[in-house]
Design a protein around this ligand. Structure first.
Ligand code: FEC
Length: 293
């Protein structure tokens, strides 16, 4: 068999003029309030995406490093931007692959996140090749070690974070929150951290309740109970992008300053060689499981 990997990420607009189309893709045809679009354009402007788009550049660096590590073709497919997941799937098949590993650069499964990547990939491949899709890798020991190395030895209270989702996922038995808490616990145990907590971030104003606590409220609660120094360790994201560089580096930092709280965050895994080796291990494991096809 000749395998190829479709490495999937959220995707990010390359320039400000792309933001309306990108946002429309995220909304999947549902209406967008003009003030929310203006606010999003402004966040991207302040992030400096006219000069460079961090997420797309980091994803390409990760792709190239993973390809070199595995010695297999690795193609990037974006959920909400180009190159699309379907384009990556076509390129993988055109290159002669007769089985496809689907790996998302997001470790935790939710029907509201990973399932969307899976659906796009499986629809694109159809019956042309078996797809070995990795649903989650939140407890991968090498990934846990990458994060543990970044928090070990800190004297700060560690706050693990991840993207919030609408709270209704809990009634649907979605494993997202449990997987996030498991990663947090595994990282804390591996690093010998006892003083830690978890909060969500990056909630969208969609008019329904989202999972909490949100990090901004959580910082207030930590300050109220006497915490002076916080180290933020995102576990649900692996790259520098808008949700890190704006929601944490601007909004959470501003909130911490207002509270008189010292706030730092870990360096994201991005294309760190140890993280790329962890991804390669996940791909090799997926390939070693006997195929159902
Ligand atoms: O740097 C960048 O340009 C892109 C950063 C980015 C990442 C990301 C990851 C996740 N999201 C998840 C869920 C949702 C849900 C909605 C939603 C909306 C947005 C908007 C932007 C955005 N997300 Fe995102 N997300 C990123 C960016 N996300 C921009 C639209 C503006 C806003 O609401 O702030 C709500 C959709 C709706 O309106 O109906 C739900 C989840 C992840 C982590 C997993 C993954 O990476 O796929 C979950 C990175």
């Amino acid at each position: 068999m000749s395998a190829a990997v479709v490495l999937m990420a959220y995707g990010s607009p390359e320039r400000l003029a792309d933001v309306p189309a990108y946002y429309a893709d995220i909304r999947g045809g549902r209406p967008i309030r003009p003030e929310l679009l203006d606010d999003l354009v402004e966040r991207y402007r302040r992030l400096g995406i006219q000069e460079s788009s961090p997420l797309n550049a980091i994803t390409e660096e990760t792709r190239a490093a993973l390809e070199a590590e595995l010695g297999l073709p690795v193609l990037t497919g974006m959920k909400h931007w180009t190159p699309r997941i379907a384009e990556a799937a076509e390129a993988a098949l055109a290159g002669g692959a007769d089985e496809i590993v689907g790996l998302v650069l997001a470790p935790h499964y939710s029907a509201m996140s990973i399932k969307g990547y899976r659906d796009q990939l499986e629809t694109a491949i159809g019956r042309r090749a078996p797809v070995r899709f990795v649903d989650s890798w939140h407890d991968d020991p090498a990934f846990v070690a990458v994060l543990a190395d970044r928090v070990r030895g800190t004297g700060a209270h560690v706050v693990f974070t991840a993207h919030s989702l609408p709270a209704r996922i809990l009634e649907q038995g979605d494993p997202y929150k449990d997987q996030l808490l498991e990663t947090s616990r595994l990282v804390a145990d591996a690093a010998g951290i006892e003083d830690w907590s978890f909060s969500f971030q990056s909630e969208s104003p969609t008019g329904e309740p989202w999972l909490g606590p949100d990090i901004l409220d959580h910082l207030q609660a930590l300050r109220d109970r006497g915490v002076e120094h916080v180290l933020v360790c995102p576990v649900g994201f692996v790259s520098d992008h808008l949700e890190i560089r704006w929601d944490l580096d601007v909004e959470a930092r501003d909130k911490a300053a207002e509270l008189g709280l010292r706030l730092e965050r870990i360096e994201m895994p991005n294309a760190d060689p140890a993280f790329v080796r962890a991804l390669a291990g996940i791909v090799r494991r997926a390939l070693s499981v006997p195929s159902a096809a």
